[in-house]
Design a protein around this ligand. Structure first.
Ligand SMILES: Nc1ncnc2c1ncn2[C@@H]1O[C@H](COP(=O)(O)OP(=O)(O)OP(=O)(O)O)[C@@H](O)[C@H]1O
Length: 225
């Protein structure tokens, strides 16, 4: 049987601006371990709003969210912050690397924050993750001195540092040219297929989505396919 990593049950969300309107409508789906799922839909259909809830950053919704069999709904922020750091890796459109630190230090930071491993262990793990995305030779360079494509690879290594149950991405290829976008896709595919890493990625890129394992299509706040 497949192991479910992420599950949503009847998620509804409304905004009040100034009148109440419903942005997410009865969102129910699961993602299995090792699946590479993309979320698509036209601008304004609710993709980012959904990702914000799935990443446990937004707790103001109806319905239930489970990550790695654990209920995330109605938990205290301190608990959510710990679970987020341990179970979710994030890759954004902009890499958000800290320019004043080395590539290695950037990857190590969420590992040090977790407090589960010694600094030496975190460094060893960070080098492993940099090897997985083929930028270990850049480990001691400052983050502002590497290319855009390299930065996104480092951001993926950083997302992997705590062996998350799931990696979530918001337009991770949105700021890259075609060649680097392809490279990021290939890394994701390899992570899913070789390392059984679960991935849920919001994208505008139809080629990218078409080559993932499964597409969730949204329209007007609902899942339509
Ligand atoms: N804080 C907010 N208050 C009120 N309305 C909001 C808020 N955040 C988003 N919206 C609205 O909710 C709808 C869904 O927005 P969302 O950002 O989730 O769409 P999206 O599918 O990610 O769009 P895009 O592809 O353009 O990023 C939009 O109509 C947006 O204007």
């Amino acid at each position: 049987m497949n192991e479910v990593i992420l599950e949503t049950r009847h998620i509804n969300k409304s905004f009040h601006d100034p009148v109440q309107w419903q942005v997410l409508k009865d969102i129910t789906f699961t993602v299995d371990k090792g699946e590479f799922v993309t979320v698509v839909g036209r601008s304004g259909c609710g993709k980012s709003t959904l990702l914000y809830i799935l990443s446990t950053m937004d707790t103001d919704y109806e319905g239930e969210l489970l990550i790695d069999q654990e209920v995330m709904t109605r938990r205290k922020e301190a608990v959510l912050a710990r679970i987020r750091n341990e179970k979710i890796g994030f890759v954004f459109q902009f890499h958000y690397l800290l320019n004043e630190f080395s590539v290695l230090k950037n990857v190590m930071l969420p590992g040090l924050k977790l407090g589960k491993y010694t600094a030496a262990e975190v460094e060893h793990r960070a080098m492993e993750k940099l090897k997985m995305v083929d930028v270990h030779h850049l480990a001691h360079k400052r983050a502002n001195l590497i290319s855009g494509g390299e930065k996104q690879r480092v951001a993926i290594a950083r997302a992997l540092i705590n062996d998350p149950a799931i990696i979530m991405g918001d337009e991770p290829t949105g700021n890259l040219d075609k060649k680097n976008g392809q490279m990021v896709f290939d890394i994701f595919k390899q992570l899913a297929e070789v390392f059984k890493q679960t991935l849920l990625i919001v994208t505008h890129d139809p080629d990218f989505a078409a080559r993932s394992h499964r597409i969730i299509e949204m329209d007007d706040g609902r899942i339509v396919k």
